[in-house]
Design a protein around this ligand. Structure first.
Ligand code: NAP
Length: 461
């Protein structure tokens, strides 16, 4: 039974400048923080609480009443109380009828309950209009004003008007509402704050795995091997030489892994002759974290640049150079100037510089503020065309560096090739397959498939 006329009034009053009274159930950390913020934004706030004695923690402009009295004063009631205490609302069902109940609650574990907290609340108080919001903002962020990292507030609910009213509050307190649809989305919204870098997990674990692999690989080849066979202690390589070998290898491998799923997807689409059947789950997930893979790759490339800058000031490098000059002076000879070497060296450096420049450009265009300002075609041009160009330049940079190692038997230690040769495997596969896919006999059907053409249409008339 909807007997409260204030409900109808408030539901239509969102367009007026005067801000309405909002009730908050619960004077805990979150209720108080949100209360402060709303008072600052011009709302009248009334708390519904079990404790009616005045407390210095509660905003002084707010009223504290019993739940029943507070609920009668407002149309929007924010339930800043943990889910396990929601039962206390059952006796208030009649007063809450027709009200907008905002569920801000979070759980301690992913999918802790089979039903989301917001749906549970809607089931407890069937006459209320339940809206899920604010759960992704912390009390601390609300109080400290450090909202840059968490400005977005996901909002969902079955009643459009109620949802709009809550989104107005979200905007008024300086946050950005994101409409996620009906209350069915509540479970996902409740799981959101419990996830730990979901898109970054795979790239970070992969880069750590590659780093560990290439570290031990280089340790065996560059430190243990000379120690065993030549009794030379190169353990200091662990500080700079080995990291400076690992960083470009991991960067190049990860960059290639950004483009590998696209190539695999193209092969699958060509094989199936349609774009309307789903990719395997692992490929979907891989494609979704390509941006993160690219950014981790960029971080490794950046480290490589930093390590490279310090090479001339290293004691070992200066000692080697001085010894060479001294031995040439003592033997009264100089090495001839070999033009080919100087071409190779300059090309290697030039490719590295250009590759890194484009890599940085790719990283910048993946920032939301930049990618939002370009259209889809421009974004694709940068991420695909410039991306492949970056991969070509970086692969060529490594190829020239490793050129003298490939056919040189002494560069194999314990039958292990130089690590940079291993790093070329994935990029070369990606580039060769991409090159093959560009041939018109494959590119044409692929473009048609991507435009919706099917080799064996399932729903032919
Ligand atoms: P809190 O500090 O523990 O406060 C919870 C409040 O709930 C208490 O102060 C109390 O208010 C009320 N309460 C406790 N037991 C009750 C019962 N049996 N019956 C009726 N009321 C009861 O918790 P909080 O950190 O403010 O969190 C409140 C809600 O906001 C939770 O659902 C949480 O998931 C959500 N949330 C919190 C944050 C955050 O950063 N803290 C962020 C997002 C979402 P009275 O003493 O006034 O009755």
């Amino acid at each position: 039974m909807n007997t409260n006329p204030s409900n109808i009034m408030a539901l239509t009053s969102t367009t007026s400048n005067k801000k309405e009274t909002v009730c908050i159930f619960g004077t805990g950390d979150f209720g108080r923080a949100l209360g402060y913020k709303m008072i600052q934004s011009g709302y009248s706030v009334v708390f519904g609480s079990r404790q009616l004695q005045p407390s210095s923690l509660i905003p002084k402009d707010a009223e504290v009443l019993s739940h029943t009295e507070a609920a009668q004063k407002a149309t929007i009631i924010i339930i800043a109380i943990p889910r396990q205490h929601y039962n206390f609302l059952i006796p208030l069902a009649e007063i809450l009828h027709g009200k907008v109940l905002v569920d801000v609650s979070n759980n301690l574990k992913l999918n802790q309950y089979s039903q989301s907290n917001a749906e549970y609340l809607a089931q407890l108080i069937p006459g209320a209009k339940v809206v899920k919001a604010f759960n992704t903002v912390s009390a601390w962020a609300l109080q400290s004003g450090a909202l840059d990292a968490s400005r977005q507030v996901f909002v969902c609910g079955d009643d459009e008007k109620a949802k709009q009213m809550v989104m107005d509050i979200v905007r008024a307190v300086g946050l950005t509402p994101l409409d996620r649809g009906s209350l069915l989305a509540a479970q996902e919204i409740e799981n959101y704050p419990l996830q730990l870098f979901p898109m970054w997990k795979f790239p970070i674990f992969l880069s750590l795995g590659l780093t560990a692999f290439f570290f031990f690989y280089s340790l065996i080849r560059d430190v243990i091997y000379p120690y065993v066979y030549e009794n030379q202690d190169f353990s200091f390589f662990i500080a700079i030489s080995i990291p400076n070998r690992i960083c470009p290898i991991v960067a190049l491998s990860l960059l290639a892994l950004v483009y590998l799923p696209g190539v695999l997807a193209a092969i699958i689409q060509l094989y199936r002759g349609t774009k309307y059947s789903r990719f395997p789950d692992w490929l979907d997930k891989w494609m979704l974290c390509r941006k993160q893979l690219g950014l981790v790759a960029l971080a490794f490339a950046f480290l490589h640049v930093l390590y490279t800058f310090v090479i001339p000031i290293r004691y070992y490098v200066r000692w080697k150079l001085n010894s060479l000059i001294l031995s040439q002076a003592l033997n009264n000879r100089t090495d001839p100037f070999i033009n080919t070497y100087s071409w190779l060296n300059d090309s290697y450096l030039a490719l590295g510089i250009l590759g890194f420049f484009l890599f940085v450009l790719l990283g910048i265009t993946s920032l939301p503020s930049v990618s939002n300002s370009v259209n889809w075609r421009e974004f694709r041009f940068v991420q695909s065309k410039l991306g492949y160009l970056t991969l070509i330049l970086c692969t060529a940079h490594t190829l020239i560096y490793g050129e003298r190692l490939f056919l040189n038997a002494s560069s194999y230690r314990w039958y292990l090739p130089n690590a940079c040769m291993l790093s070329l495997i994935v990029p070369c596969i990606v580039l060769v397959v991409k090159f093959v896919l560009v041939f018109p006999c494959l590119d044409k059907p692929l473009t048609q498939i991507r435009q919706g053409w099917e080799r064996n249409p399932r729903h032919s008339e």
